[in-house]
Ligand binder design. Structure first.
Ligand code: SF4
Ligand code: FES
Length: 235
């Protein structure tokens, strides 16, 4: 049986099994730490840093989604330093990408008093909507590179490996091998990537078309035509 350790989070003592992350330890006592890149179904990678907390004795803020609770740790999840860091992260996101389809992040912006115009010189991530398959669209101007879609497409769920990171540094974005259209990749249109995307960068095609003003009747006609062409192809 795993050993239990005791630590203090925001002044409250909590006992957890060794190996428990600070995020889960905080949850046990009803302390909510915000997350963006973390998802229960994917391996945590600590990419967004919104979950940072202050751990006594450590100079740098630590990501609660991956840091394991330690015996006698003293953790502060809402110190001034933490709140300032989260606010800045949100402001950087708002300056570089389109958050209009990310209601949870917009709520966080309100909660932390983040100013979406704080970095007016920031280069925005611009991208054409990729509409190349019958199931979903990809709008990478709304992508915050959380990696969840890549992970569910790979070892965390589907083992399909249709999408991955491409480019380096600021140029990094999610894409297919050689930027091929989705039907030319290993994608099986399972939809798991769409399900875990927190920002609307991946969206069901029907929802996208409705937003574009296409009527349900027109969408039905499109789908019928698509199915007929697929049947013709099969001979
Ligand atoms: S497309 Fe969505 S799930 Fe994939 S990395 Fe971007 S924000 Fe995350
Ligand atoms: S939620 Fe922990 S780093 Fe993103």
């Amino acid at each position: 049986m795993a050993e239990n350790i005791t630590l203090t989070i925001d002044g409250k003592q909590v006992s957890v099994e060794a190996g428990t992350t600070l995020l889960k330890a905080a949850e046990q006592i009803g302390v909510e730490i915000p997350t963006i890149c973390f998802h229960e179904a994917t391996t945590a990678n600590a990419l967004c840093r919104i979950c940072v907390v202050e751990v006594e004795g450590q100079r740098l803020l630590q990501p609660a989604c991956i840091l394991k609770a330690g015996a006698d740790m003293k953790v502060r999840t809402r110190s001034e330093k933490v709140v300032r860091a989260r606010r800045t992260i949100l402001e950087m996101l708002a300056s570089t990408m389109d958050l209009s389809d990310a209601p949870e992040i917009l709520t966080m912006m309100d909660e932390y008093g983040a100013n979406a115009d704080r970095f007016p010189q920031a280069e925005r991530r611009e991208s054409e909507v990729k509409d190349d398959n019958p199931m979903y669209i990809r709008d990478y101007s709304k992508c915050l590179l959380c990696w969840r879609c890549v992970q569910v497409c790979a070892e965390d769920a589907q083992y399909t490996y249709a999408i991955n990171f491409e480019g380096r540094g600021y140029e990094t974005q999610i894409g297919t091998f050689f930027d091929r259209p989705i039907p030319e990749t290993t994608c099986v249109l399972c939809g798991q990537c769409v399900g875990v995307c927190p920002t609307g960068a991946l969206k069901p095609k029907r929802e996208y078309l409705l937003e574009q003003g296409v009527s349900p009747a027109e969408i039905s006609v499109m789908n019928t035509g698509r199915k007929r062409r697929a049947a013709d192809k099969r001979g």
